[in-house]
Design a protein around this ligand. Structure first.
Ligand SMILES: Nc1ncnc2c1ncn2[C@@H]1O[C@H](COP(=O)(O)OP(=O)(O)OP(=O)(O)O)[C@@H](O)[C@H]1O
Length: 221
């Protein structure tokens, strides 16, 4: 039997998952999962430890393949959609910052790797917004965990287009002010017509947009 987690929203195209099945080893994490993620949605992917949230995010980001079912964007397979690839911003659980680079260099490296290269002034402004500008010349290895997270998340502060953000535990290691900053970035992306799909074990309550939930609980068969 299919599990329908469709989130209803009428604005524009989005990601559609049909009968999605993912296994890890011998374990079926979820089976025949159906949902849509559309423009203007802020979606909290929830589920207990090991329920398959990271695995689902990786599949949506195109980093691994589902064992069954399809993912599409505007009727086209997700993996073949240039529009989807251009909108996708995926951030995994790890910060993916190079320890020996300074914070500014690490952000520059990250944006270049992801094809989002921009001016030094804009990167400095993003680091300032994330409250780590005063640490921009320090090597990443000398930053605290929360500061590293803020540098990595500065990538989101550089985005100006309506993006499709897929974020695994973005709030990890952040203090209350950091949490508020990142939620504000979510709201801005959603308000310009983007989508944010994220996991978090910390309850969040962004102001100004509706928060929807996609629950993986009970989807195993
Ligand atoms: N490469 C792998 N090989 C085998 N099993 C894996 C692999 N990666 C993940 N798993 C298993 O898949 C299940 C789901 O893992 P996943 O990381 O997707 O869960 P999660 O919901 O993100 O968990 P958490 O809340 O703890 O971060 C776990 O039981 C895990 O052990």
């Amino acid at each position: 039997m299919a599990t329908d987690l469709t989130l209803h929203n009428e604005q524009g195209a989005g990601v559609r998952a049909q009968d999605l099945t993912v296994r890890r080893g011998n374990e079926v994490l979820f089976k025949a999962l159906n949902f849509e993620l559309q423009a203007g949605q802020l979606v909290w992917l929830r589920g207990s430890n090991g329920s398959g949230k990271t695995s689902l995010l990786r599949v949506i980001a195109g980093l691994s393949r589902p064992d069954g079912g399809q993912l599409s964007w505007g009727g086209q397979p997700l993996a073949q959609s240039e529009d989807y690839k251009a909108r996708l911003v995926y951030m995994g659980h790890a910060n993916a910052l190079k320890d020996d680079l300074t914070a500014l260099e690490a952000l520059h490296f990250m944006t270049t790797v992801h094809g989002r290269s921009c001016s030094a002034e804009r990167m400095e402004a993003a680091l300032r917004r994330m409250g780590v500008h005063h640490r921009r010349k320090l090597p990443v290895r000398m930053l605290s965990q929360g500061q590293r997270r803020r540098v990595a998340l500065a990538r989101l502060a550089l985005e100006e287009r309506p993006g499709f953000w897929v974020l695994d535990e973005p709030f990890d290691a952040l203090d209350d002010a950091g949490l508020a900053l990142v939620q504000q970035l979510f709201v801005e992306n959603v308000q310009r017509g983007g989508t944010v799909l994220f996991t978090s074990h910390i309850p969040v309550r962004p102001d100004g947009v509706a928060l929807q939930e996609l629950r993986l609980e009970g989807t195993r068969k």
